[in-house]
Design a binder for this molecule. Structure first.
Ligand SMILES: [Zn+2]
Length: 216
């Protein structure tokens, strides 16, 4: 069975507002009882990821670097089961209220990240010349390279094959949607979120939000 995540990205949040926006958003989720108990923290990524990195042919230094990044990512996220009133945030049905895995909860992601679906091919539109670049992928090629740098550099650039200029990845537009943000909420296996809930999240965080999704 695959897991479907609706991803709410807070595109107006910068590093300076991150702590405040995160606090206000979590308080909102708590006050409305959308957010339930914390999910037990995950074990360090070594066991799970090392074999995979070895299989992709990385040398020891590169593996250590990737594992360090994975550990940093884990400290930047917090996962919660869906709370008592979570059904109100959803159009029809309700998310499962209890599960031991983040796949059925709300996950807060902090830190610059590209939010999209690693299994999807993207069409990117250049902010300069509006030319469309097809077959952009998160697992290889120029988009993957830019995405890999985002964690350390929010302005990592993607160059346009048509006009040759480089622009920050986050200034491009993508179809299907792909967003760069310093804060995001991932809703695992919830029904479609209501517009009202999205608007409430914008008010609580003080940031416009953009939506995308991922199926893993
Ligand atoms: Zn261009």
């Amino acid at each position: 069975m695959s897991d479907h995540y609706q991803i709410v990205t807070f595109v107006g949040v910068d590093e300076e507002d991150l702590a405040t926006a995160a606090k206000q958003t979590m308080q909102f989720l708590l006050d409305r009882k959308y957010r339930g108990e914390p999910i037990a923290s995950e074990p360090p990524p070594e066991e799970r990821l090392r074999a995979w990195f070895v299989a992709t042919g990385l040398d020891e230094a590169a593996i250590e670097e990737q594992l360090a990044k994975a550990r940093k990512r884990l400290t930047g996220r917090a996962a919660f089961v869906s709370g008592d009133n979570a059904g109100e945030a959803v159009e029809g049905g309700a998310p499962p209220s209890r599960s031991a895995t983040p796949a059925f909860g709300i996950e807060l992601r902090l830190g610059w990240e590209v939010h999209g679906d690693v299994n999807v091919e993207y069409v990117g539109t250049c902010p300069s010349c509006n030319a469309r670049t097809h077959e952009l992928r998160l697992w290889e090629g120029p988009l993957a390279k830019a995405a890999a740098r985002i964690e350390d550099d929010a302005d990592a650039e993607l160059s346009c094959p048509e006009c040759g200029t480089e622009h920050p990845l986050r200034s491009w537009s993508f179809a299907p949607p792909l967003w760069v943000s310093a804060m995001a909420l991932r809703f695992g296996n919830w029904g479609p979120l209501t517009n009202r809930f999205i608007e409430d999240l914008e008010r609580a965080s003080g940031s416009p939000v953009r939506l995308t999704s991922e199926t893993v």
